[in-house]
Design a protein around this ligand. Structure first.
Ligand SMILES: C[S@@+](CC[C@H](N)C(=O)[O-])C[C@H]1O[C@@H](n2cnc3c(N)ncnc32)[C@H](O)[C@@H]1O
Length: 263
């Protein structure tokens, strides 16, 4: 039955490039809640929309691919192209005015890194030109969409970086790469939506010295709903179990924590 449900979901063009493991885990979480298969398929698709579809779609990823092709054929420069790609999605578009400030403030505390691990990265790797880093670093980027990962690897290649983007579920698969800094941007509320407690599990498995976690201060619909207070109350005790909170910053519509691993 699980295989059949998996096939049904993967036959939808919206979810065909998503990591199979992610879909299987969500089916297993939702399975005990529903007796009717049709309703179960709907519930799984609904969860996939909440964790993925609301943030990424085929059109944006193909848009990024086209912009990279234009760059390769000599149109525009890397930073302009990255800027256009970051504009494709609300989640990165809203950071465009503050991207350079974000990285300057983070690197003031952590120093400029030689390696970065960007978990559930979405389009964020296209902000590398805003980091003001000289020379190539190791940029590991994980997300669950294989098409997105292909496009990120093409971009890393253009930058002269190794192709280290991988299709990976960061909640249910091993994270074997390590880096000076790990980004978990606007993701922990999504992890909690899949199953409560997954955030703590995730941050406990990481080996980076610094972790940068962020939260949106407005929902996708633009409402504020007391998110600053809520996220601080829910997540700060979770962070304190494994990390020291070095800094808490508000930049644009986002709150960032700079966390240092306790040894
Ligand atoms: C709100 S977006 C954040 C993207 C990026 N971190 C940023 O802030 O610009 C959430 C991202 O998490 C990815 N995602 C959802 N569940 C995931 C999982 N279990 N493992 C890896 N990535 C996941 C989605 O595909 C989407 O790109």
């Amino acid at each position: 039955m699980i295989e059949e449900i998996l096939e049904k979901i993967r036959s939808s063009s919206k979810y065909k490039d998503i990591n199979e493991k992610t879909i299987l885990e969500i089916i297993n979480i939702e399975l005990p809640k529903y007796k009717n298969e049709k309703i179960l398929v709907k519930a799984v698709k609904n969860k996939l929309h909440q964790i993925y579809g609301a943030f990424l779609n085929r059109r944006d990823i193909e848009g990024a691919q086209k912009l990279l092709l234009m760059l390769k054929s000599g149109e525009g420069n890397i930073k302009e192209t990255a800027n256009k790609i970051l504009q494709l999605h609300h989640s990165t578009r809203e950071r465009l005015d503050v991207y350079e400030d974000i990285y300057r403030e983070i690197f003031k505390v952590t120093e400029k890194p030689n390696s970065i691990l960007d978990l559930a990265c979405g389009l964020n790797p296209f902000s590398i030109p805003f980091m003001n880093i000289q020379g190539a670093i190791l940029y590991y980027a994980y997300d669950i969409d294989s098409k997105l990962i292909e496009v990120i690897n093409e971009f890393l290649d253009i930058l002269g970086y190794p192709r280290l983007a991988k299709r990976k579920d960061i909640l249910f698969e091993d994270i074997e790469d390590q880096a000076d800094i790990c980004f978990i941007l606007k993701f922990l509320p999504i992890a909690e939506r899949i199953r409560r407690g997954l955030s703590l599990k995730l941050i406990s498995r990481l080996n980076s010295k610094f972790i940068i976690v962020s939260f949106p201060l407005k929902s996708i619909s633009g409402k504020e709903k007391g998110m600053l207070k809520n996220y601080s109350r829910i997540f700060e005790p979770v962070f304190k179990e494994r990390y020291k909170i070095l800094e808490k910053l508000i930049l644009g519509n986002e709150m960032f924590y700079i966390l240092l691993k306790r040894r």
